[in-house]
Design a protein around this ligand. Structure first.
Ligand SMILES: [Mg+2]
Length: 172
């Protein structure tokens, strides 16, 4: 179960201490899209999204949208936020992480992933050895990931039972 425990847990992408990440040597951020950046039904980035991503870029982070969703879903975000994206990432499988690490020449210790799901974002990141940051899902709605949300709920319950995680008890 330890593989499901995030290194950092924050309320949302807006409460993460990016300055601290920078100080800790993080250079690249893999950010999940659905329910991390926007709810599933939102097709374009919000103004708040744009402000944050611009701020992160100004701080010198390489920002990559790292999603299991398809290309069509990612394109408007890639274009409007002017960031790279990885679609069909098949989290928690390793190969897309490995591809990014190799192509950008980053060390695992220089990459952090941010996402709302234990089963994909946190498990995937922990398996590959990068820093994992869990945020609360923006919305619990969305047909597309009902199964994933259900599975995520089961894992969360187990983590709580084993005292490895407490909902709302944020740390970094
Ligand atoms: Mg998500």
């Amino acid at each position: 179960m330890e593989y499901f425990v995030p290194d950092i847990y924050q309320k949302s992408i807006y409460t993460i201490d990016y300055k601290k990440l920078k100080k800790d040597g993080i250079k690249c951020l893999l950010i999940d899209l659905d329910n991390t950046l926007v709810p599933v039904e939102v097709r374009k980035p919000t103004l708040k999204n744009k402000r944050l991503i611009n701020q992160l870029k100004e701080m010198g982070f390489k920002v990559i949208l790292f999603s299991n969703s398809n290309r069509k879903r990612l394109i408007p975000f890639k274009e409007e936020l002017e960031v790279d994206c990885s679609y069909f990432s098949c989290k928690p499988l390793r190969f897309k992480y490995v591809k990014i690490i190799k192509s950008l020449n980053f060390d695992e210790s220089e990459i952090a992933c941010i996402g709302d799901q234990f089963i994909t974002d946190i498990l995937g990141g922990n398996r590959i050895g990068i820093k994992t940051i869990l945020v609360n899902p923006i919305s619990r709605r969305g047909k597309a990931n009902m199964f994933s949300l259900w599975l995520n709920g089961i894992i969360q319950k187990r983590l709580v039972k084993k005292r490895l995680f407490t909902v709302g008890k944020y740390y970094d």
